[in-house]
Every structure is written in C-alpha cells, then in structure tokens.
Design a protein. Structure first.
Lengths: 208, 208
DNA sequence: CCGCATCCTCATGGATACTG
DNA sequence: CAGTATCCATGAGGATGCGG
C-alpha cells in the first residue's frame, strides 16, 4: 500500500493491514495456523497471486510468520504475537457490523470457522452464564462446539468433550443469538444459554 | 469497494469502511464535524475527487450525514450514531500501531488534532490519576489541552479552563508518554502525570 | 496435487486543471 | 469554496503455467 505520509497511528496501521484482503487473511489465521491451500479455501474469492503477494507483505511487516510444520517440508502460516493482537480491532469491527448482518447471508458464502471469531466477539463479557453447557453446532458439513462456561463463551472445532445437545444451526441464527445477548446486556439484562434435555433444543433466556 | 461475498462481520464491515481513506475520514469526523475544506486540510495527500467519492459512499452506507450548519447554506459533514461507533475499532488500531510509531514522524505530516484520538486511546483506563491537572500543549501553531481527571484522560481544543502548566510538545513525545502509561499499566504499574509549579515542567512518574 | 509466478484485462486511485 | 472532469499510473481479478 502506498504510504499516507501521516504521523498518525491509524494511518500507519492501515499501511500495514489496510490493503484489500489483508485483514481477512489475519481473520483466517486467528482461527488457526493454516497452509496455503487452507487459506485459498477459507478466503473464497481471493486470487492466488494476491494471496501470495499479501502473505509476503504481511511477513515483511512482521504480522505473519512462515514456518515449517509437522514432519518438515510443509509450509504453514502463523500470526506473530503482534499479529495476534489484531484480534482486538477485528472483534471491534465484527461488533460494529451487526446492522450489516441482520439481513442474513443472501448469496454470500459462509464458513463455519468464522463463527469461532464472531460469537465470542459478540457475546458480552458481562453476560452471566447460569449453567455451563456445551452445544454441538451442525453447520453445513462441519461441526463446531459452542461452549458456555462461567468464564465466558468459546467456539471451536469439535473436541472430545461431552455435548449437552446438538443444534442444526443456521449461521444467521447463531449470530443473531450472540448479538442479542450483546444488545440486551448493554441494557443490563442477562443472556443465558440453556440446554433442554439432550435433544436439539437450545433456548436463549433474557431475564431483567 | 467490490464485495467480498462472504457472510462474515469483518468482511461486511470492510465493504463499508475498508476502502482507502475511508477510516481516515471517519477519524477526522470523530475529532469534530467538519466542512469539505477542513477535511481536505486534515487529510494531507487526499485527492479532491476521492474525498468527494468517499463522502458520497459513506453517506449512502449510513456512516456520515451531510447537514446544513450555522446560518443555513453551509454544508457540514457529521458522523451518524452508527458511524461514531467506529471509535472503538479505530482506537484499537491506534493501540496496535504503537510499534510503528516509536520511530517518530520522520518526513510524515502531522496534525495536532490527531492526538485528540490517540492519547485517550493509549492511556489505559486503569491508570490512576493522582492529581487532576490541565496541561496546555503547544504543537506547531495549534494549542491543545490535555486534561487528566480522576475519570480519565481527555485531549481537546483549548477551552476556557485554567492550565496548570504549558508544554511545548513534540508529537512523538506525547504519544510515547501515553503509550508508556499503557504498557506499564499492563504490567500493573501506575502511570501518573504530575505537574510541577505552574511552569513548563511536566513529569511522568511510574511507580510499581 | 500444492505453492506459487506470469500474463492480460479492466477497475480504481492519484494528480491536476477546471467550473458553478 | 466545494466540488467535477480529465488523464495517467497502479492494483485487482481471472486464467493459466509450471516446478517440486
């Protein structure tokens, strides 16, 4: 990106991450380290030459590191510690986007992994979880887990933990649920995730 | 901006504010509502056709409002309530930029008004102000006030309030001071602004 | 296959001149 | 003063090539 030539933190940040696709690449790497192919898949619409360019730029500027994973000759991209600190501004932008999300996906593509960032960003830290619960989310062909503990919310890949229930989830519904908890908790209400039995019923209760 | 075609809050945010110059325009309007000429001056390097384009875009997407100010026929640009909520992500990016600011302005241009955003963003809310103080900052030909109260820090244009001291300030010094308070308070120290006498001496004390 | 590099076309950005 | 109009330079997007 061409320099703005301004001694301003925002301008200098944007010279590093303001280029098209850059923050979306960081989004993918915040979910998990990834190989080139994972990034191509997780960034529908990106041209491969751009991805290669951007990865070089981000590496040069110290946001991303290229490392050899596993058995040796496999290249993997990881965020540097400084790069990981982009979680904050990215979560802020996700919160800011709620008015843009209410109309649903329409014809846009969707990847379940994006919820792993969005849901914790939207769920206000002040929301009290009454009863810890782990809910399986079946979205398309992927399965995620939404974990509600007294410490907060977390969304991640399926792990070995017990599920209290399974929900065949629509992405817009999950985001709406999270955003609802955010909005209502701003009004000093409590968002509570409750699981009924061991079946596919998840109820969100907002109590004053 | 061309759509990313992704049902993701970050992607949809960037479709609104991801275009070059957009966030910097919002930065200017976060400081104060402004006329076209103010924006041209506050955004050194922008081409006038781009500014006009971007203002139209931002108006269409509901970030900016064009309104008639003062005695009638004078157009002024203001942030909508939703647009004002961009303060959060912008402040996050300013915090993220600290490693990029330590090398100083070099040949970049600088406007004192930018401190009005950066300093409150950098000063950690947990920093305890021991003694309330109002310090005048002479930067170039503009004069600002840094107000430290028990409620937090604030930087704004000169107002009628009494000054405890006046500081001929270098922008990099002011930013470094604020960033220092952020860093050290993260390490559980306290940043304290102290004013000595009524002269041009400002001392920053960090106590464990 | 995976991880890019090249080539080409078209959209966007930048500088400057100009106008109501 | 508040923008348009114009022209050129740069960057994005898409297809394809190619070595490991």
């Amino acid at each position: 990106m061409r320099s703005y030539g301004q001694y301003c933190g925002l301008a200098r940040s944007l010279e590093v991450v303001g280029d098209r696709w850059n923050l979306l690449i960081v989004r993918q790497l915040l979910v998990a380290p990834a190989r080139y192919r994972d990034l191509v898949d997780g960034l529908p619409g990106i041209a491969t030459n751009l991805l290669a360019d951007r990865l070089r730029d981000l590496e040069e500027s110290g946001v991303v590191e290229r490392r050899l994973a596993g058995s040796g000759s496999v290249v993997e991209y990881v965020l540097t510690p400084w790069g990981s600190e982009l979680r904050e501004p990215i979560e802020s932008l996700i919160r800011w986007s709620t008015p843009l999300m209410v109309r649903g996906p329409a014809s846009d593509s969707f990847r379940p992994e994006w919820l792993a960032l969005a849901v914790p960003a939207l769920l206000d830290k002040r929301v009290k979880v009454r009863r810890a619960a782990t809910v399986g989310l079946d979205i398309g062909d992927q399965r995620l887990q939404l974990r509600a503990t007294r410490a907060g919310f977390e969304v991640g890949p399926q792990d070995g933990r017990e599920r209290d229930a399974t929900l065949r989830a629509d992405p817009a519904y999950v985001l709406g649920l999270a955003a609802g908890a955010l909005t209502l908790s701003d009004a000093h209400a409590l968002g509570v995730v409750e699981v009924e039995g061991d079946e596919s019923v998840v109820r969100t209760v907002f109590a004053a």
